[in-house]
Design a binder for this molecule. Structure first.
Ligand code: C5P
Length: 224
């Protein structure tokens, strides 16, 4: 089955670097975005990637991904992440009309092992409409009231943190986005909202989301 991947990277998140979109922040000489796209490529299961970039950064993002030129398309993103995913999905369907599986991947999860990508694709190919990679929760979780006092200790044995790439039968993601409003950050959550089943596969600690300078330092230490 043909597989396409979408990487919404059109946000202005500048927490990590002076004036540079987060996806273009380098780690040991290569940007998060380039590493994330390379991981999709190295899985051997993805035919094409569509990256949504800030409209005025499309040439910069294309230059950043020049070594993967035949594998990746860059489109201008929209005002909200939802718009960026919709635009990237439309481009993916144009470039790979026979695509049956679509992945949505965070550029910030730049160190996701290719084996996780393969596991997600395999689960969709085997019939799951939607699949997310997950990890068990290591910390004890407390629910607190408005004053910050503990109401209850949540049973963590059935809690999971969610990573990407999230994988979908392409028709399912299309339907979920047709029904979605303007603002959504969790694609699988949109499938849940239309009554779709979401399955899980094991995630990986290296698929952590690089959000803060601390995360970046950890990534650089792991690579060193
Ligand atoms: O800003 P936030 O952390 O919610 O963004 C989540 C992801 O969605 C980021 O990868 C960001 O680049 C992307 N995004 C996008 N288009 C937007 C806003 C955010 O592709 N208009």
């Amino acid at each position: 089955m043909s597989v396409v991947a979408l990487v919404p990277a059109a946000g202005r998140g500048v927490r990590l670097g002076a004036g540079v979109p987060k996806a273009l922040v380098p780690v040991a000489g290569e940007s998060l975005l380039s590493r994330a796209v390379r991981g999709l490529h190295d899985s051997g299961r993805v035919r094409h990637v569509v990256v949504a970039a800030p409209a005025d950064e499309v040439p910069a993002v294309e230059a950043e991904l020049a070594s993967l030129r035949s594998f990746v398309h860059v489109v201008p993103g929209g005002a909200e992440r939802t718009d960026s995913v919709r635009l990237a999905l439309a481009e993916a369907e144009r470039v790979v009309p026979d695509a049956r599986v679509v992945l949505v991947h965070d550029a910030a999860r730049a160190f996701t092992p290719p084996s996780v990508v393969r596991d997600v694709v395999r689960a969709v190919e085997e019939g799951a409409p939607a699949v997310v990679p997950v990890l068990p929760v290591a910390d004890t979780i407390k629910q607190v009231d408005e004053a910050g006092d503990v109401e209850t200790t949540v049973d963590r044995s059935r809690l999971r943190t969610v990573q990407t790439p999230q994988g979908f039968a392409i028709d399912v993601l299309r339907q979920a986005y047709a029904a979605a409003g303007d603002i959504a950050t969790d694609d699988a959550g949109l499938v849940e909202r239309i009554g779709g089943k979401v399955s899980t596969v094991p995630g990986h600690p290296h698929a952590l989301k690089i959000t803060t300078a601390f995360d970046l330092a950890i990534a650089e230490a792991v690579l060193a």
